[in-house]
Design a protein around this ligand. Structure first.
Ligand code: ZN
Length: 310
């Protein structure tokens, strides 16, 4: 088990892309700035996909422009094609994330082309990124199961991962798009990628759709994963996947990791405060639990709690 892990905050992208209302650009920037104050350094800040498909993230350039850049900070963005990659590079993105689904029907729904068409298009993105010295990451959606096809063979995940490795990505993310991961699948996929890709880091991106998020994190940790993606307050979902709900919640994840003695470099109290503040911004409650209950050793004043009478 690693003694420390890196957390990538994906709330500004994965969380907000499916939020029913457009969140003001200034609020997105303030969210990233506050999370950076809490110690987060790596963000999936936005997405350069078509603003017709995802109007919630149409302000990607302004978000990248507005965030106060700090030492060691990396703002990565999703890019679907060469045009998106060029726009992202022009907007000073620190890393480009390519994405494809491990299952054919989800890829068709998500980006309207077959998987091999997506993989083919990555060559141009990779060439543009290489020419400008911008790091590349590769994300694999539906890596633990597909809402349309059911089980996804581990061989498909490995095939795509190998393709990414050939393109020179620095990290591969396994995305549990609709919360279908289980600890058994996490162990199996981590083992297969370890064997195939040796030391290329693998990040785990779980959704808490079926309440399995932190259990899967535990399995990932034991399998040697040292990078996890999560969203403040448990924001999140995928507009093109039925039933997809929130990401693993950042402050719940940090609470769990710290209790396990795994360092994150993050300030849990500041994360909780940020989650509560952002609920106010959205005007809606978020699913995270530690922001409601407080850390496990947070004490209540006995005088402030009603005495049971029954
Ligand atoms: Zn996601």
């Amino acid at each position: 088990m690693p003694s420390s892990v890196e957390i990538v905050e994906v709330g500004p992208r994965d969380g907000l892309q499916s939020w029913p209302d457009f969140v003001a650009t200034a609020d997105k920037i303030a969210l990233i700035d506050r999370l950076a104050d809490a110690g987060l350094r790596h963000f999936e800040a936005s997405s350069f996909v078509s603003s017709r498909a995802v109007p919630q993230l149409a302000d990607a350039t302004s978000v990248l422009d507005g965030v106060r850049r700090r030492a060691g900070m990396r703002l990565s963005v999703l890019v679907p094609n060469l045009r998106g990659a060029e726009d992202a590079i022009a907007a000073r993105a620190d890393a480009l994330v390519m994405f494809v689904s491990a299952s054919e029907s989800h890829n068709l729904k998500n980006v309207n082309r077959p998987r091999d068409g997506s993989l083919e298009g990555f060559r141009d993105i990779a060439a543009a990124a290489r020419a400008r010295g911008v790091p590349l990451h590769g994300a694999i959606a539906t890596a633990f199961g597909c809402p349309f096809e059911g089980e996804v063979p581990v061989s498909e995940v490995v095939r795509i991962a190998r393709h990414y490795a050939d393109l020179g990505v620095r990290r591969i993310t396994l995305g549990d798009t609709t919360g279908m991961a289980t600890p058994r699948l996490v162990r199996e996929r981590m083992r297969a990628l370890r064997t195939e890709l040796l030391d290329l880091p693998v990040a785990l991106h779980f959704h808490n759709t079926r309440g399995m998020g932190l259990v899967n994190v535990a399995a990932g940790l034991e399998a040697g994963a040292a990078h996890f993606e999560s969203a403040i307050g448990g924001l999140g979902g995928c507009p093109f996947a039925p039933g997809a709900t929130g990401n693993v919640c950042t402050e719940d994840l940090v609470h769990f990791l710290h209790e396990e003695g795994v360092a994150t470099g993050l300030d849990l109290d500041a994360l909780i405060e940020t989650a509560r503040w952002f609920e106010g911004v959205l005007g809606a409650p978020l699913p995270g639990q530690v922001a409601k209950a407080g850390p496990r050793l947070a004490r209540s004043d006995p005088g402030a709690v009603a005495t049971a009478t029954g």
